[in-house]
Design a protein around this ligand. Structure first.
Ligand code: PEP
Ligand code: MN
Length: 334
């Protein structure tokens, strides 16, 4: 796939001149990408198009032979609206695990009042120890999805076994793939085939390139959107649970038209650092966040130490709105 990138100051007349030249050279399937800047993506047939011929047109900033390998991640836009909570962002919150009807109802009621559309809750919990709470499975998905629906909310939940995708797809709006499963290719295939958007956590030891490849697998399999989620990686540093790689996430945004969000909870590992991580992600230009919130963190059966109190989550939303107002995120594009 070949593309022609325009400078942010390119005029409509300059765009039209390049388009005319491309069409008369035989390019078909020229699509326009509206993002930080305009790009013409020449999809088919492009063998006769010599990119160097277009380099010196006024308004053209550069030409690119995009890698064929990850073309969907690079060029397709989500075909589904993913806005939740704050205009232009995808904000997802809720407990680590689905524990009881009372817990879910209390948390979701609060999140609905805060204007969220997507809420989380794990039914299949991948735990380090087999002796720890493993999640409520199918029953958990039924409980959480019904309560979510009562509040006008939609569920985001992790699936770890390809055999559970079909059932989960009847109860969730977004399938979550956890850090431990990022390169479980049979699972990615099954999740993509469900035709639901997929929230793809970065593998804790995965490079951004490997993460992109996993996203491409999902899109090839049929997912209408991939929400890439930076949740921290393994490094020598142990003062936080994981090392939040915000520039890795920002670098991914240069490579994809899909949303990239931050999970400050699993990076921080403790409540006192969650708000900082979330705000830093938004300030870095990311497209949203997924945050663990609990009505009674002390009693949480998984990830208790990193769960925000309901009131703290409300404060985080207020601060996020302030940051969005204060920063002109557009100014980050060079
Ligand atoms: C989770 O979201 O609760 C979870 C298990 O996340 P991760 O896969 O990032 O560890
Ligand atoms: Mn968790």
């Amino acid at each position: 796939m070949k593309s022609i990138l325009f400078s942010t100051t390119a005029t409509p007349l300059q765009l039209a001149a390049v388009r005319r030249a491309l069409v008369s050279a035989g390019a078909a399937g020229v699509t326009v990408l509206e993002g930080d800047r305009t790009a013409f993506i020449i999809s088919d047939p492009s063998d006769d198009i010599h990119l160097d011929d277009y380099r010196n047109f006024p308004g053209v900033e550069g030409v690119q032979q995009a890698s064929e390998k990850n073309q969907r991640v690079a060029h397709t836009a989500p075909s589904i609206n993913l806005e939740s909570g704050i205009e232009g962002l995808t904000v997802i919150a809720g407990p680590c695990g689905i524990e009881s009807e009372e817990q879910i109802a209390t948390v979701y009621e609060h999140l609905a009042k805060e204007g969220l559309r997507f809420v989380r809750g794990g039914a299949y919990k991948p735990r380090t120890s087999p002796h720890d709470f493993q999640g409520k499975g199918k029953n958990g998905l039924v409980i959480a999805s019904e309560i979510a629906r009562d509040y006008g909310l939609q569920l985001v939940s992790e699936v770890v076994d390809p055999r559970d995708v079909e059932f989960a797809a009847q109860h969730v709006a977004i399938i979550q793939i956890g850090t431990r499963s990022m390169q479980n290719f049979p699972l990615l295939k099954e999740a993509g085939a469900s035709r639901l958007p997929v929230l793809l956590k970065r593998g804790m030891s995965a490079t951004v390139e490997e993460w992109i490849g996993a996203g491409e697998h999902l899109l090839v399999a049929g997912a209408p959107a991939v929400i890439f989620c930076e949740r921290g990686i393994r490094t020598f540093e142990s003062i936080t649970r994981n090392t939040l790689d915000l520039l890795g996430a920002a670098a991914l945004k240069e490579r994809t038209t899909m949303p990239v969000i931050v999970d400050p909870s699993h990076a921080a590992g403790r409540r006192s650092l969650v708000i900082q991580g979330a705000l830093a992600g938004i300030a870095a230009g990311l497209d949203g966040m997924i945050v663990e919130v609990h009505n009674d963190p002390a009693s949480a059966r998984s990830d208790a130490s990193q769960a925000l109190l309901l009131a703290d989550f409300s404060r985080l939303l207020r601060l996020t709105r302030n940051i969005r107002e204060a920063l002109s995120i557009d100014s980050y594009s060079l």
